[in-house]
Design a protein around this ligand. Structure first.
Ligand code: NCD
Ligand code: ZN
Length: 351
């Protein structure tokens, strides 16, 4: 008999784009109703660079939170060539920063301020290693001559491995891994306990062929781009393994429909509307629903050295449709990943 009720400790989302203003107000309730905590990405325009920026952004998030939600945003600093190590260290000591995010310059949405050369931030990384503050990495090389499907694997060989060698105590999360190479590399470092990896729901569910099924599918386009089926399988295998370095990070990245459905569409899948339902679907397809709690609720807090949640949440086997477009007040809207499709599981709140 298949299970029809799943109870797990309240999960956390270790990689979220909440945006700002009207978009923040529209998307935040979806993340806050399912997750207890979330690592909030700093790629606003302009980015969240200083502890003062992060404090102000945290206030805006808390102000946008509807009553009755117990949700903790964990803030990150956007690393730039000129980041001040003292400000980062002070921000961490004062509980403002949970991590620092490295975007190689121009790797993805709003990353023009990213780091142009790692040698410019060696001092900041040294300080972070000293205080145990994690570095979260968008792991793709930006060299446009490298094939877009190879940019993660090349990054691991040419940037990440040397970085870990130069900083033997720096704690790192390789964000939204999409390749078998990434899974193998993360495992090769498992003994150190200092390298984690987030895995999105969409990368567990789609491969690169889905991007072109019957025509071009702009709502499936994200960065890093989905890879071949063998890579998707490697990600599923890692997610359901229960192994400590692998944990949940949706990378939910809302863009308006107009920004997605255009000649040069933005990268990002909006998965927050049904994040847990999507992960449950992927885990069930792999026959591993019993491993969802480790991935969603236990491994992340252990890596971030935070307590695991006491509270529990329920998923029920009640098939339901993914919502249609979520309208924004000024017009336009955001389309959830798999909008219109039916998912077998439904998030039923806390117990
Ligand atoms: C993210 C966004 O839109 O902010 N897009 C994405 O495809 N994941 C940026 C990012 O995390 O790469
Ligand atoms: Zn992201």
């Amino acid at each position: 008999m298949p299970t029809d009720r799943l109870i797990l400790r309240r999960p956390d989302d270790w990689h979220v784009h909440l945006r700002d203003g009207a978009m923040l107000k529209a998307v935040l309730p979806f993340t806050a109703r399912q997750f207890g905590r979330a690592i909030v990405m700093p790629n606003l325009k302009p980015p969240v660079v200083t502890a003062a920026d992060a404090r102000a952004y945290r206030e805006r998030i808390l102000a946008a939170l509807p009553d009755g939600f117990a949700f903790t945003p964990l803030m990150t600093a956007y690393l730039t060539d000129t980041t001040d190590a003292d400000d980062i260290a002070r921000g961490a000591a004062e509980g403002v920063f949970a991590a620092v995010k490295l975007y190689p310059a121009n790797a993805t949405t709003n990353s023009a301020h990213g780091v142009t050369d790692l040698c410019k931030v060696e001092g900041v990384l040294e300080r972070m290693a000293g205080i145990g503050l994690p570095l979260l990495i968008h792991g793709e090389v930006t060299d446009q001559s490298v094939d877009v499907f190879d940019r993660e694997a090349v990054f691991i060989d040419t940037v990440l491995a040397p970085l870990l060698e130069r900083h033997p105590t720096l704690r790192v999360v390789l964000e939204h891994v999409t390749t078998e190479e990434a899974v193998t590399f993360v495992r090769s470092q498992a003994a150190s306990g200092r390298l984690g990896a987030t895995i999105t729901a969409h990368h567990l569910l789609i491969n690169r062929s889905h991007l072109f099924q019957g025509g071009i599918r702009p709502h499936l386009y994200c960065l890093p781009i989905a890879k071949r089926e063998k890579h998707r399988r490697a990600l599923v295998e890692a997610a359901i393994s229960g192994e400590g370095p692998f944990f949940l990070g949706t990378d939910t990245a809302p863009h308006t429909v107009i920004a997605k459905e255009t000649a040069c569409g933005c990268a990002g899948c909006f998965t927050a509307a049904n994040a847990l339902e999507l992960y449950a679907l992927a885990f069930e397809k792999a026959g591993a629903l019993d491993k969802l709690e480790a991935f969603a609720s236990l491994n992340g807090p252990r890596f971030y050295r935070l307590p695991v949640a006491e509270e529990k949440v329920v998923l029920e086997r009640t098939p339901g449709p993914v919502p249609d477009i979520i309208l924004l007040p000024e017009g336009d809207g955001v389309l959830p990943f798999k909008s219109g499709e039916t998912l077998p599981w439904r998030f039923a709140g806390g117990v």
